[in-house]
Design a protein around this ligand. Sequence first.
Ligand code: FEO
Ligand code: CA
Ligand code: CA
Ligand code: CA
Length: 596
Amino acid sequence: ARAAGKASSAFNFNEIEAGVDAKHHVADGYNADVLLRWGDAVLPGAPSFDPLKQSAEAQAKQFGYNNDYVGFIPLEGSSTHGLLVVNHEYTNPHLMFPGLVKIVDGKVSQNKLSKEQVDVEMAAHGGTIVEIRKQSGKWQVIADGKLNRRITSNTPMQITGPAAGHDRLKTAADPTGTRVFGTLNNCAGGVTPWGTYIMAEENFHGYFQGKLPEGHAEAANYKRYGVPEGSYEWGNFYDRFDLSKEPNEPNRFGWIVEVDAMDPTSRPKKRTALGRFKHEGAESIVAKSGKVVFYLGDDERFDYVYKFVTDGTFNPADRKANMDLLDKGTLYVAKFGEDGSMQWLPIVHGQGPLTEANGFKSQADVLIETRKAGDLLGATKMDRPEDIQPNGVNGKVYVMLTNNTKRKADQVNAANPRAENAFGHIIEITEKDGDFAATAGKWEVLLKCGDPSVAAVGATFSTETTKNGWFGMPDNCAVDSAGRLWVATDGNSPKGTGRTDGLWAVDTEGSARATSKLFFRVPVGAEMCGPLFTPDDETAFVAVQHPGDGGEDWAGHGRPSYYEDLSTRWPDFKPDMPTRPAVVAITKIGGGKIAV
Ligand code: FEO
Ligand code: CA
Ligand code: CA
Ligand code: CA
């Protein structure tokens, strides 16, 4: 029986209460089991996690920090045996290393990181590929799986596509401009129709420090991307993160990275045809013509929504034939019309303003400075585009716009309708003739987020949505096999929305449209990442990122979180174990499809 009052909802479960505490919570009738924690062994020879004896060597064989995107690559078509692919977006040294934060006379300060700690951070970034299997209803990690792999900030990668080998990508360590070490800040991502793993490099600006030489040609480029921000200390030990020593290194990050998960010796490829920006993710779908369409967000206030359409077509009978599809195609940026129409504007050298007169000598220049190309084309400045999910069941595309408190009243437009947009919104795109590769379409706002009981917020959840069902700050999202939308959030907090982040089920069809229900919530301080449904819809994987971070007052705690004094020691709750980001597997007790 469906829950009372929700006759038209596509989701059948009893929602949980929104709130704040140190644990995770899932709807009644479901198990939410911790599957993989920071430090768990994923390669042969990995030592068991000892927070007091951390080393880069150990970390490179263990599950990394701050799990974000979660993908599942079935082995032989199975929904109970496959490869879990997980991005490790960033590190929180104050939560990772004992004694790093000092409190003297109530004043909080953080020591400088040692080289050893920086090396641990670098090994904790990147991604994990690990074989998993469901047995007797419970998922198990196969720690010695032959395809298991850790990718880190030092893994050799190849640069491919139109910008490969360009002078602006050359460094002392790589005079060819085609080989780069590692990947940074992989946020959301994707799995392609041919089963490769996509990592999206987001906030790469934070890893760079130092000053460009006076009058350097990259000054305007780096300014547009906020380089350097200097929130990491890697440049104290490695010249490539110091602009005064290696001025071209930032041009080698901010790309989409494709990994062949079926070959652990393969070299990951940075696919420059998909542009350089603060890539949130790259979810894809095969269009009618067989071309493959990737939807891409640039997560910055007033930045853009993109899509990439391959020149070639997907060959479902020959995996190898698809392996370089991402090197040739057209990148488009979105212009949302005030009348609900939209255009996808091609980002092609020589077309429109993308010429030498504007500083673009080639397509490589256009791609290295994709944001400038979007500026010149007059794309619509958005409220921080996060994950974008095509829905093959209803033919729509869902765009998460997380928030933008800097939008002023005279900067609102139909697609970004609220000034000081603290809670974000979700746009639904309908491509022309139902063709995902189309260059025009229509759009409407599915949902303005925030508390609907506060009129000034202007939220548009349906009246069936309860006090637990609304949320702010949509971020990652997923569409299950039934075509139902699930939204994960980043930024709900005790003071801000009186709730932690979580996973919400959002109706998109019929009279239930814009009804939302809370299915899972994270411990205090965490952000909800993932989410991902197995093809049989019987498991939802979610990623609990940075649990215990934030230091916001809850239950009278009122102090900043750091290693020794955490708001939560989730998920182990042991005095000698810090809080650990972890992937959680949600299954129905007794089996069956989720929320049916
Ligand atoms: Fe890493 Fe845009 O969230
Ligand atoms: Ca995100
Ligand atoms: Ca997604
Ligand atoms: Ca976010």
